[in-house]
Design a protein around this ligand. Structure first.
Ligand code: ADP
Ligand code: MG
Length: 571
């Protein structure tokens, strides 16, 4: 997520000053209009915490907005210092209750489940006496303290809304720089990879969902304070959709996108109603044009995502992260099996990985090697058998848990956060296991240092500031390995790290593998027999999901069974 550049921040600051000076030159009607846009911006910004940061598109957001609004009505309009935190708390608690269920789903189903939850909230206020009827209610506005007269209200609300939006925006800018902010952006970029690195993705998503809900409640609260009116319509799903449109118009990749979008939409609506009595038609046309021609939204007009902000290398001792202390790790698989429908992809495989030993698994395509890695890393559940790490049964632990326990892995198909820089990728890997507070800066020296050491070891330091999606195939394979080791794992599962590399590229990687085996328990899947026989300590041969043979490279090379079953295939 792009946080506006220095120039961008200055422009936003200038716009805020212009709005703050409106009482000197604008009519109450214009101030009311600006207030409406500020509240809309706050609401869209609340949804951006979810949509922009984590990539989750929710249609429940208007439900939280409405809860914040109705809190004032239901509490009987006490002073603002009670209603404001109460509105955030009510909406936040609702999000905390809904979130765990909604977040069990993904993509289209997440959209639908949040739509359902949003509509349920709508019907609570529409179809029960709780909200005071379907037509809505005027509310006694809470005392704001310094609110003196009715005529001063547009001015006071304008300044109050501006103040709240500024505080929320500044806080979110700060949040995006924390470990939590970076992790959320990692989830948006590549959720499965984040889990494999050891990030508790569900928990992080829930934090974003609740934060978005509480801020949505705050927006609803400010809206009701401004308009003095509540109605079930505030919770309608179309309001969530409108906030999404603001985000798209302003730029889903930028934190300030929703603010630009809200003001642009308000301007379009006003201009539309001046020139026609069908302003919605104009709105529709503008959105079509924006979606087709302005994929980065308005924010994209002046912010280009070039290479990420370079992160300077901290000046620290050249200590390595090799020394983990403690006893050497042992990962044990006991008779693990995995069935896909009628196919037994992995059939009763047992294997032990020990620190200092490079254990290669070879076998023809479809032998079940990648499936075995997925079973060990927790990507897919076991059909039967047991996996243990240092004696602890981890068979039922999900992928992120195993990652956090020290099982690092690479994927057969490159699987990185493509829109982040190489260093950011490595740092997210380091962060997953660093057990640092979520609200600490993501750019702390020790995390950055750990990431640099991993890049050094993989020979990728020169590319640290390059966007991961732009790397050559060979470099991307190296980044996979760098990420796997940046988390300082004890076990490394490497699924064909050399696949697709030319001979000059594979040599340094083979040397790196040997080096990694010194301080990790390594499982290597590899097709190139020359590499396997050169680097492996033990070789397991798999065919049709079963272990055909196991032994030293020399034994495997000499085995007639293996030659017949595998090497004879000419691989
Ligand atoms: P290898 O990595 O040794 O080439 P895989 O572990 O990828 O083999 O695949 C083993 C077998 O399991 C193949 O027949 C493959 O088609 C099947 N398989 C792998 N993953 C799945 C899946 N998610 N669903 C169904 N079948 C799968
Ligand atoms: Mg494979």
């Amino acid at each position: 997520m792009i946080v506006a550049s220095r120039t961008g921040q200055s422009l936003l600051g200038a716009a805020a000053l212009a709005i703050a000076s409106m009482p000197f030159w604008a009519s109450p009607w214009h101030m009311q209009l600006a207030s409406t846009a500020l509240v809309a911006a706050l609401f869209a910004l609340s949804l951006q915490v979810l949509a922009g940061a984590t990539g989750l598109v929710s249609l429940a957001q208007a439900g939280f907005f409405g809860l914040g609004a109705y809190t004032i009505y239901l509490l009987g309009s006490p002073p603002i210092w009670i209603t404001l935190p109460a509105a955030m708390a009510v909406a936040g608690v609702a999000a905390l209750l809904i979130g765990p269920l909604a977040l069990r789903t993904k993509g289209f189903f997440f959209l639908m489940s949040t739509l359902a939850f949003g509509q349920m909230l709508f019907f609570v206020f529409h179809d029960t006496p709780l909200g005071g009827g379907t037509d809505g209610q005027f509310i006694q506005r809470p005392a704001i303290g310094f609110l003196v007269s009715r005529s001063a209200r547009p001015m006071v609300m304008l300044l109050l809304n501006l103040g709240v939006l500024t505080v929320v925006y500044a806080s979110l800018c700060a949040l995006m720089r924390t470990a939590l902010g970076h992790a959320l952006q990692g989830i948006r970029s590549n959720e499965n990879r984040m889990a494999a690195l050891g990030h508790d993705v569900q928990r992080l998503k829930l934090i974003a969902f609740v934060l978005a809900g509480a801020l949505g409640g705050l927006a609803g609260h400010m809206s009701t304070l401004t308009d003095g009116f509540v109605s079930p319509d505030l919770l309608g799903w179309h309001r969530s959709a409108e906030a999404l449109l603001m985000i798209l118009l302003g730029g889903i990749g930028a934190l300030h996108g929703p603010i630009l979008g809200a003001f642009a939409l308000t301007a379009i609506q006003e201009a539309g109603s001046l020139i026609t009595d069908r302003p919605k038609l104009i709105e529709g046309v503008v959105f079509l044009l924006a979606v087709v021609f302005l994929r980065q939204g308005l924010a994209g007009l002046w912010t280009r995502r070039g290479p990420g902000t370079p992160i300077p290398r901290p000046v620290m001792g050249a200590e390595s992260n090799r020394d983990r202390g403690g006893k050497p790790a042992i990962l044990r698989a006991e008779s693990v099996s995995r069935r896909f429908g009628g196919l037994l992809a992995v059939d009763q495989v047992s294997l032990t990985l020990e620190q200092g030993i490079l254990h290669a698994v070879i076998g023809p395509n479809g032998a079940g090697k990648s499936t075995l890695v997925n079973l060990l890393s927790g990507e897919i559940p076991l059909t039967s058998g047991r996996v243990s790490l240092d004696g602890r049964d981890i068979s039922a632990d999900p992928a992120w848990k195993r990652g956090s326990l020290g099982i690092g892995r690479t994927f057969q198909r490159t699987n990185v956060m493509r829109d982040m820089t190489v260093l950011e990728n490595a740092r997210l890997a380091a962060q997953a296991r660093a057990s640092i507070g979520l609200l600490r800066s993501a750019a702390t020296d020790d995390l950055v240092q750990t990431a640099w050491i991993a890049l050094d070891r993989s020979g990728l330091s020169a590319m640290a500031d390059a966007t991961a999606g732009m790397l050559s195939h060979g470099q991307a394979r190296l980044l996979e390995i760098a990420m796997a080791q940046a988390g300082n794992p004890s076990v490394l599962l490497l699924d064909e790290p050399l696949a697709g590399l030319g001979p000059e590229e594979s040599l340094p990687v083979a040397a790196l593998l040997r080096d990694l085996a010194k301080d990790h328990a390594v499982l290597l899947i590899e097709h190139d027999m020359d590499v396997v026989f050169a680097v492996a300590d033990i070789v397991t041969v798999m065919v049709n999901g079963r272990v055909l043979a196991r032994g030293t490279p020399a034994e495997i090379r000499g085995s007639a069974d293996v030659r017949d079953a595998y090497l004879g295939h000419g691989i």
